[in-house]
Design a protein. Structure first.
Length: 113
């Protein structure tokens, strides 16, 4: 059974996390993390036009969402936080397993896992 991934939708939600959150970086990905008091984990994905055309950006976004869903399924996370993943421009050439290990590494850095 797939758990529904709760995402950030509004511009003001993204801007709030950008202003107040802590940043963590890897080679292909940045993560901005803000711990809050409500609502469980909420994810946001920011993939700029520098990454590629719409098909490429959507592929990257789908991969990141799938990785987050797998992590939520495998780990019991009792934390309430907003997390934004920002893709760097060479991310389209990264394999799924490498991207997954980068996301896990970022989450461990932020002490989410």
């Amino acid at each position: 059974m797939n758990k529904k991934l709760v995402t950030l939708k509004r511009n003001k939600e993204f801007n709030f996390v950008y202003r107040k959150g802590k940043s963590f970086f890897t080679q292909h990905l940045s993560m901005i993390f803000f711990q809050n008091k409500y609502g469980g984990l909420r994810y946001g994905f920011s993939i700029s036009k520098k990454v590629g055309k719409a098909v490429v950006r959507n592929k990257v976004r789908r991969r990141l969402k799938s990785i987050c869903r797998d992590i939520m399924k495998d780990n019991e996370i009792g934390l309430s936080a907003n997390i934004i993943f920002v893709a760097k421009k060479d991310i389209q050439n990264v394999r799924y397993d490498e991207l997954s290990s980068e996301v896990i590494h970022l989450m461990k850095k932020a002490k989410i896992l």
